[in-house]
Design a protein. Structure first.
Length: 365
C-alpha cells in the first residue's frame, strides 16, 4: 500500500489484519515487564543464592531471534554499569574461549530452538552451570537431566518478539540478583514503569491513528529505511530492524555512531547523500538518549543538519537511565513497526518464510 489518503485508515487496517492480537501483546508490554521482575526472587528460586556466591568470569547468553534480543540489552547495560561482561552467542557452537567459569543464560521462548539447545547441551556436558528461560519444550526439561541446569519459566502463547517484556524482565531480574547488574533504589522501578505506561498509552496507534507514529510510518512505506544511534542503544537499533523485518516484512540498515562515521559516512556521500541506487531518499531515524557522550551528540547533530534527505528525524528515548531510555524507544519503535505492517497490508504476526525454513529443517533431520 502506498502513502495515500485514499483507502481504509489504520484502525480499519489493524482490525482486518491483526489476526493474532499483536496490538494487544504490544499494549501489555509494561505489565509483562513488571510481572517478570516481580517473578524473580531468592525465595522463589533458592538456587540463585548459590549462584550469587560464585565468582563468575561473566555471563554467556545463548539464544536466537526474539529470544536473544534481551541478551543484547543485558550486554549493553553490563558495559555501561555492570560488574561482569555479558556476551551474546547466536549459534550452534560455543565460543572457543568459553569455560565453566562463565554462567550460561540460555533463552528460547518455545524451548525448542535447535541452535540454543545444541549449544546448551554442549555447555552442560562440559560442566557448565546453565539457567534456562523458556515456556516449555526440550530446554525446560534439561534441569531434569542435569543438576547444574536451572529453569525460570516464562509466559507462552505468543510470538517471541512480542514476549520481550516477559523474557527480558526475567533476564534482568536474574542478573540483578546475581550482582552482575546493580539493583535499583527502592521505588525506582515502579516510577519507571509508570512513565513507560504513559508512553505506551501515548504512542498507541488505535488511540491516535493520525498522530506522529502514523505519519512517520506513512513516510516509510515507499522509502528505504536507515536506523542510526550511539553504541549504547545498538540493541534497540537491532531490535527495531528485526521488528521491521518480521512485522512489516521490510529491510532496514543499521549504523552505530561513532563507528559509522569512520567508514559508512563515505557511502552516504560524506554529508548525507542518503539515497539508494534508484535515487529514492532514505527515511533516516536517529535514536538517541540523554546520557550519550558529548562528542557523539555533536556527531549526530551534525548528521541531522547535513542530511540531504527531507525525511530525517532524531528521536530521543525518555528517561534518566539507559534502561528506561532503551525501553521507551522499544515501545515507540514497536508501534512504528506495527503501523508500517498495516500500511503494507500485512498481518504483523505472519512469518511464512521462517516457518517454511523450520519445516524444511525438520524434514531433513
Amino acid at each position: 500500500m502506498s502513502n495515500s489518503e485514499e483507502g481504509p485508515g489504520l484502525v480499519e487496517l489493524a482490525n482486518a489484519l491483526d489476526e493474532q492480537g499483536m496490538i494487544g501483546y504490544t499494549r501489555a508490554f509494561v505489565d509483562d515487564f513488571r510481572n517478570g521482575l516481580n517473578h524473580i526472587s531468592f525465595d522463589r528460586f533458592e538456587w540463585m543464592e548459590m549462584l550469587a556466591k560464585k565468582k563468575w568470569s561473566g555471563v554467556l547468553c545463548l539464544g536466537m531471534g526474539g529470544s536473544a534480543a534481551g541478551g543484547d540489552f543485558l550486554s549493553a547495560l553490563a558495559s555501561f554499569q555492570g560488574s561482569k561482561p555479558v556476551h551474546v552467542q547466536r549459534d550452534y557452537a560455543l565460543p572457543s574461549w568459553w569455560d565453566s567459569t562463565w554462567l550460561i543464560l540460555a533463552t528460547s521462548h518455545s524451548g525448542n530452538t535447535e541452535e540454543t539447545l545444541e549449544a546448551s547441551e554442549t555447555a552442560l556436558k562440559a560442566g557448565a552451570t546453565v539457567v534456562a528461560i523458556s515456556t516449555g519444550g526440550i530446554l525446560a526439561g534439561l534441569p531434569e537431566m542435569y543438576p547444574n541446569c536451572h529453569l525460570i519459566a516464562s509466559v507462552g502463547g505468543q510470538p517471541p518478539r512480542s514476549a520481550f517484556g516477559h523474557i527480558f524482565s526475567r533476564q534482568l531480574g536474574l542478573l540483578r540478583h546475581l550482582g552482575v547488574l546493580p539493583m535499583p533504589e527502592t521505588g525506582a522501578d515502579d516510577a519507571m514503569l509508570e512513565r513507560l505506561q504513559a508512553a505506551m498509552d501515548g504512542f498507541d496507534l488505535l488511540k491516535d491513528p493520525e498522530g506522529d507514529i502514523a505519519q512517520l510510518a506513512m513516510c516509510m512505506v515507499d522509502r528505504p529505511i536507515a536506523l542510526l544511534g550511539p553504541t549504547e542503544v545498538t540493541p534497540v537499533l537491532n531490535r527495531f530492524k528485526n521488528q521491521l523485518n518480521e512485522n512489516a516484512a521490510r529491510f532496514a540498515r543499521v549504523g552505530v555512531v561513532p563507528e559509522m562515521n569512520h567508514n559508512e559516512s563515505v557511502a552516504w556521500g560524506g554529508i548525507g547523500e542518503d539515497r539508494d541506487a534508484s535515487g529514492i531518499e532514505h527515511v533516516l531515524l536517529l535514536l538517541t538518549w540523554k546520557g550519550m557522550h558529548e562528542r557523539v551528540q555533536r556527531r549526530m547533530d551534525w548528521m541531522i543538519a547535513h542530511a540531504a534527505t527531507d525525511y530525517a528525524w532524531k528521536i530521543e528515548g525518555e528517561g534518566a537511565t539507559l534502561l528506561e531510555s532503551m525501553l521507551h524507544l522499544c515501545i515507540l519503535t514497536d508501534w512504528i513497526s506495527l503501523a508500517l505492517s498495516f500500511l503494507h497490508g500485512k498481518d504483523p504476526a505472519s512469518i511464512g518464510p521462517i516457518s517454511a525454513l523450520k519445516a524444511h529443517l525438520d524434514s531433513v533431520n
